[in-house]
Design a protein around this ligand. Structure first.
Ligand code: HEC
Ligand code: HEC
Ligand code: HEC
Ligand code: HEC
Ligand code: HEC
Ligand code: HEC
Ligand code: HEC
Length: 384
């Protein structure tokens, strides 16, 4: 964490960050404003890239196929994580391949995405007017939802409808509920500003965002090795006698919980980002670094509560709740200090089923595991 962010958190977050900032009013308003500016400055100073904002990036990208030659273990398991396919050109998209005709209507608007010999045209009609575009990219692998991006007059647009796994069909894209279309073009999709497009591609692809630029001439689909480890050019070039020069690639082993939050949070959103953007209510359950930081279990210097304690960054998360028990009992066991206070009297296994309850993000048709680990009693309000 940069000194500036540390200061920001000390002033604005009061240490562990359990302060709930209300709406912008009175002195809090000023504080929120001051805090917001310093975070943005800290991010800009560091160059703006996702993981680039944590550790400086040097050298050039070589692509994950190169890494796979010498690191087969990670390369073999990584495709099981949906991160590896977080964005794909529509012609490689499995969801569309399996659903060659997707139709849906919303009031007067009838939507259709249909496979043709030339690609996937996406149309909307209200009976009188029709708008159409060829889909280019699929964002998200449909664990929750999948949204499409197309281009018109050199601008990027986000489809107004998305595919949801739960529904096995289309529904409004998250956020579209609040934006009734004023015309047929708006019913087709929302224009994404160039700054927003840079961020979308930055989090869902590799090497498309270079500093403040978005470039789509040379990049990799999805989150790949060099998104987290940084450009590998120097690492690969430095290998002689089978040994790379030390320090040429981000090692990432043994990071503390706080450092890991910064790495993963560059896309999954940090505590600071969620505070700054004032994302309240169950909409913020999908921002795991934010939720985890708020949990009493979060000890910032301890790697036993880092994202990587529970998740292999090179594989899909384990779905058997028992797989996480040992992660909890690494701290909650009778040998550790003050243990008596911290041992469960209710059950001795499947801890996450009770202490990480699931909440649906409005409009997402998916219930996310709440990473604010706690005693959650039925009827308790959602903690923010
Ligand atoms: C020509 C073979 C080769 C290629 C290609 C290669 N690596 Fe490595 N890498 C190595 C070797 C050898 C080591 C040292 C392994 C060891 O000491 O166990 C290493 C170490 C690492 C480490 C640990 C670093 C450390 O300080 O211990 C990471 C992370 C890593 N490589 C990632 C990558 C990524 C990401 C790519 C693709 C951009 C890549 N490597 C491409 C051979 C390669
Ligand atoms: C460059 C951006 C980026 C970074 C950095 C990143 N993630 Fe992700 N992650 C994503 C995106 C985007 C998705 C959603 C992929 C999808 O479903 O399309 C995702 C999905 C996931 C999933 C769900 C995978 C599945 O198969 O269900 C886990 C778990 C995860 N990330 C953990 C991590 C951890 C742990 C770290 C840090 C070590 C991390 N991520 C860093 C972008 C990122
Ligand atoms: C700051 C990084 C970031 C940006 C910017 C971003 N995403 Fe994501 N996106 C993620 C992560 C992380 C996930 C996985 C966790 C989740 O589902 O919330 C994700 C998930 C998704 C999903 C799967 C739905 C879901 O909730 O699982 C879709 C679709 C998606 N993003 C589309 C987009 C589009 C389109 C844009 C640009 C308009 C965009 N994203 C911008 C990080 C980002
Ligand atoms: C989402 C972020 C992320 C992605 C993507 C990612 N890694 Fe890693 N990688 C990590 C982290 C975090 C660690 C340290 C894990 C730990 O603490 O054991 C790591 C560790 C490693 C190591 C060192 C392993 C060891 O035990 O010495 C190698 C080698 C490596 N990764 C290669 C790769 C390759 C190759 C890819 C692409 C297939 C890749 N990584 C993709 C985050 C990532
Ligand atoms: C104490 C263990 C634990 C820690 C620490 C942890 N997770 Fe998780 N995470 C889980 C469990 C359990 C699941 C649910 C897996 C399943 O059954 O699909 C999960 C699921 C996820 C998912 C899939 C979204 C969903 O809810 O369906 C993402 C993304 C994710 N974690 C990211 C992270 C990130 C980023 C961090 C670090 C800030 C992190 N996790 C830390 C236990 C943990
Ligand atoms: C890094 C160590 C660590 C890990 C790993 C950890 N915890 Fe904790 N947990 C703590 C600490 C410290 C507290 C605060 C204890 C206190 O207040 O005395 C705590 C508190 C709790 C509480 C009480 C919270 C409250 O709101 O009163 C529950 C429930 C809990 N942990 C469950 C879990 C579960 C379930 C897991 C695994 C998913 C887990 N913990 C993993 C350290 C940890
Ligand atoms: C069936 C649901 C359930 C499961 C499974 C479960 N717990 Fe609990 N746990 C609870 C409830 C309910 C409480 C609150 C008990 C009370 O206050 O009387 C609790 C309390 C706790 C506390 C706080 C204790 C205190 O004295 O403040 C910790 C820590 C904890 N559990 C950890 C765990 C761990 C670790 C596991 C897995 C080994 C686990 N729990 C499994 C329901 C569960």
């Amino acid at each position: 964490m940069s000194d500036m962010r540390r200061t920001w958190r000390a002033v604005c977050g009061i240490g562990a960050g359990r302060v709930i900032m209300g709406p912008m009013r009175g002195r809090w308003g000023v504080l929120v404003l001051v805090c917001g500016v310093s975070v943005l400055r800290a991010q800009n100073m560091a160059g703006g890239g996702a993981s680039a904002s944590i550790w400086p990036v040097q050298g050039h990208y070589v692509g994950s196929a190169r890494c796979a030659v010498c690191h087969p273990a990670q390369a073999r398991t990584y495709p099981s994580s949906s991160m590896s396919v977080a964005m794909e050109p529509v012609e490689h998209c499995e969801v569309l391949e399996r659903n060659s005709r997707l139709a849906w209507s919303d009031g007067p608007y009838r939507y259709l995405i249909e496979k043709t010999a030339t690609g996937y045209p996406y149309t909307v009609t209200d009976g009188t007017n029709t708008a159409e575009a060829m889909l280019l990219y699929a964002f998200g692998q449909g664990k929750a939802g999948q949204t499409y991006v197309y281009q018109k007059d050199g601008q990027y647009y986000e489809s107004r409808v998305s595919y949801y796994k739960e529904l096995k069909g289309l529904d409004l894209t998250m956020g579209a509920q609040n934006r009734p279309p004023a015309n047929i073009e708006q019913a087709l999709g929302r224009r994404i500003t160039s700054a927003e497009a840079r961020e979308c591609f930055g989090c869902h692809t590799t090497a498309a965002r270079r500093g403040n630029e978005l470039q789509l001439q040379q990049f990799e689909n999805g989150v790949q090795c060099e998104d987290c480890h940084g450009p590998g050019g120097e690492h690969v070039a430095s290998i002689s006698d089978g040994h790379p020069k030390p320090g040429t690639i981000r090692n990432l082993k043994g990071l503390t919980a706080e450092e890991t939050n910064d790495l993963c949070g560059s896309c999954h959103r940090t505590w600071e980002t969620v505070m700054l953007l004032q994302i309240r209510g169950t909409a913020n359950v999908r921002f795991q670094p934010y939720r985890l930081t708020n949990s009493k279990c979060f000890l910032s210097g301890d790697s036993r509560i880092a994202c990587t304690a529970c998740h292999d960054p090179h594989a899909a998360p384990q779905t058997d709740p028992k797989a996480y028990d040992a992660k909890c009992t690494a701290c909650h066991n009778s040998e550790t200090a003050a243990a008596a206070k911290k041992i469960c009297k209710v059950a001795s296994q499947k801890c996450v089923t009770c202490h990480m309850p699931r909440f649906e993000v409005p409009g997402s048709h998916h219930a996310f595991f709440d990473h604010w680990i706690r005693v959650a009693r039925a009827g308790d309000p959602y903690p923010n």
